[in-house]
Design a protein around this ligand. Sequence first.
Ligand code: NDP
Ligand code: GDR
Length: 328
Amino acid sequence: MPRALITGITGQDGLYLGELLLSKGYEVFGLIRGQNNPKRALVEATLPGVKILTGDLTDLSSLIRALEAAKPDEFYNLGAISFVAYSWENASLTTEVTAKGVLNALEAVRLYSGDEPAKVRFYQASSSEMFGKVQQVPQDEDTLLWPRSPYGVAKVFGHYMTINYRESYGMHASSGVLFNHESPRRGPEFVTRKVSQAVARISLGLQENIVLGNLDARRDWGFAGDYVEAMWLMLQQEEADDYVISTGETHSIKELLEKAFAVVGITDWEKYVVQNPEFMRPAEVDLLIGSSAKAESKLGWKPRVGFEELVTMMVENDVVEQKALAGL
Ligand code: NDP
Ligand code: GDR
């Protein structure tokens, strides 16, 4: 039975990846931080069978202990401070977790592996946010990185450190440069879920409007369930490598709003949207669109869920959830 250790198991991707690996017969270990993490119950309910270990990416010895307990064949490093807007307010903490946390994870795997550097296959959750002020359209594995947020800078550090450990020590370390991926499990601070929750509540008469920042930014949005399959595929390859994972389609926040409101039958959506500078960012990533040609040819990976299906899935889920919460 293959064994996997996942950091960030309480997050959106951790839950989908845990499900995928359990369905493939893995023994799955999930790292949870904090002495009374409120999401532990969610992990236990969603992923019965996952073995929970405690530890924190900022604490190297806790990672080594987790490796010794899990004895994994594969290590998926999904843990991070992942909300871009928050990273300006907490740049130092973001650097500790999202940048130095990757170094800790790589170093823990290196020390644990001893004289077998490729004993544990390592996955790093890199991000399209690293492309920032994009230098090429669409973005692929060779596009110059130009991060625009403390989060983006931290991810660039983790990305290059992963490549460096592969080249320096012969580790089987791969980096997935994943574009935005969403789902009904997406945190409510991210724009897609903020919109799907608000649209559901507006349609039920529970909320009057939605307050947003920049409506012109464009993102390449895919479905998280598809994207965790790409992570797994990367670690099944003989050689470790880096791959861009994206849909190759881009949509603006306005298009997201139009589609989401259409799911509940609202066409005059503009009257429900209020813009507030509070949600504008000091530096914006205006346009993201990826090319996953390498992942398609080498991994045989392709996204299955399209933009419209994704938005419909999220809004319909939130209508049911908000109705239940309101006792309707
Ligand atoms: P989430 O924000 O949903 O989850 C982040 C996870 O990191 C949570 O489990 C969180 O735990 C954990 N974490 C935070 N701080 C620490 C720490 N100090 N030590 C250990 N774990 C910690 O992110 P997603 O699931 O959406 O993303 C997974 C990874 O992929 C992240 O690294 C993200 O940056 C990256 N990524 C995501 C993309 C996306 O579109 N979703 C695109 C590209 C990259 P807790 O519950 O305790 O806070
Ligand atoms: P992003 O996702 O920054 O791309 O990072 P987010 O959903 O937060 O923002 C996408 C775009 O929407 C604009 N926007 C708003 N965003 C939020 N959150 N709230 C608002 O009210 C709002 N109004 C407009 C933003 O300005 C931005 O342009 C996500 C995270 O999952 C990262 O961890 C990951 O690495 C990248 O995707 C790829």
